[in-house]
Design a binder for this molecule. Structure first.
Ligand code: KG4
Ligand code: ZN
Length: 346
């Protein structure tokens, strides 16, 4: 069986072809970073327009690299949400068009669940139950997976996502977009203890995240210390900021581990590319004696390979849905599929 997956939820146009649950024949990612860089963040309308221009080429490239043609595709998958509505609609409409013409099943996939699947993708068999954190530019969430594909949301950010906070600080300093990779580069060799940052305190002890306090504290340091892109203390400041992001994420994971007793820890999303966070996550998992996995950097950021991997697993478990040409995009975060199914069943 061959599966074609499409991902256009934010500012990457991506298509992938798989011939097995973890066998990716091609995974083309066309980044729009250069288009949004002058604005210091993603401009939704520009994102949609560029998806529209690029989607055909990206899909053709994915098929070409896998040496397949469209009629040889047996199953289609597309990111249904959450994401930017205009961006999602480009991928969804394109995938629907293909499904309609070739009469193939089309699976709508949740972007955040797909990020988690990226962590399972390279790992092979994950020992469940697992705890998964998705840390990206749009989301910071922690899930409990009792079994494979059963996602239970434990907490999510109440304001900024971790990557968003990094992007905003980078923008303020004029370092460019996306902020995470630039910050990581400039923080190299910096002292992560030089600038103190406190952790947010959730009054209800929930497992939610908050990064707007960290962002505000960072911007205060920038003003107070008159930090600029070429300031000698910039590496120390950025290393401290990275360290604070890693610490806040791990403090939450630690509490979740204590409450839910997983066997495995998974980390995913664009910010999971960050070396400091990866190392902190790894050493925490080792300390706790837990299995852990973080995708290789190219599978951390948005890509259709992870969407295809999740779609394949879902297809194996549930079979192909009837061709649903009424399928719509959902822009905002929704309760994970498993919880919805359970609610309905009650
Ligand atoms: O998962 P992703 O590609 O898109 C969303 O779904 O949001 O994540 C993008 C985010 C951006 O905020 C970017 O600054 C951050 O991931 N990021 C990083 C690194 N590479 C990308 N953050 C920290 N360190 C990195 N090396
Ligand atoms: Zn993402």
């Amino acid at each position: 069986m061959n599966l074609l997956a499409i991902e256009t939820s934010c500012d990457e146009t991506s298509a992938a072809v798989l011939d097995g649950p973890s066998s990716i024949l091609s995974n083309i990612v066309l980044s729009q970073d250069e288009i949004h860089a002058p604005y210091g963040g993603v401009v939704p309308e520009l994102a949609s327009r560029h998806h529209l221009e690029s989607i055909t080429w990206v899909v053709e490239e994915a098929l070409g690299q896998s040496r397949l043609s469209l009629p040889q595709v047996d199953l289609l998958a597309v990111t249904q949400g959450p994401g930017l509505i205009g961006s999602l609609l480009v991928g969804l409409s394109f995938a629907k068009g293909l499904a309609y013409y070739f009469r193939r099943p089309l699976l709508g996939i949740d972007h955040l669940e797909a990020h988690i699947q990226a962590a399972a993708l390279e790992k092979g068999a994950v020992d469940y139950p697992a705890l998964a954190a998705v840390v990206s530019g749009g989301h910071t969430s922690v899930y409990f997976l009792e079994r494979e594909l059963e996602y239970r949301l434990l907490g999510r950010t109440r304001d900024d996502a971790a990557g968003e906070a990094l992007d905003k600080v980078a923008k303020f300093l004029g370092l460019g977009y996306p902020g995470g990779p630039v910050i990581e580069k400039l923080a190299a060799g910096g002292d992560p203890r030089a600038f103190p940052f406190s952790s947010p305190q959730m009054s209800d002890r929930s497992l939610d995240f908050s990064f707007s306090g960290l962002k505000t504290a960072a911007l205060r340091w920038v003003r107070e210390e008159a930090l600029t892109a070429d300031h000698p203390r910039l590496p120390d400041f950025l290393a401290s900021l990275e360290q604070a992001v890693a610490r806040i994420i791990l403090e939450n994971i630690e509490r979740a581990v204590f409450l839910y007793h997983p066997r495995t820890l998974l980390l995913a999303g664009g910010v999971a590319r960050n070396r400091r966070l990866r190392l902190a996550f790894e050493s925490f998992a080792r300390e706790q004696g837990l299995g852990f996995f973080i995708p290789s950097p190219k599978l951390c950021t948005d890509n259709a390979g992870m969407v295809g991997a999740l779609a394949w697993k879902r297809f194996e478990r549930q079979g192909g849905p009837e061709l649903d040409l009424g399928m719509n995009a959902y822009p905002r975060f929704i309760v994970p599929t498993e919880q919805l199914r359970r609610k309905k069943a009650r």
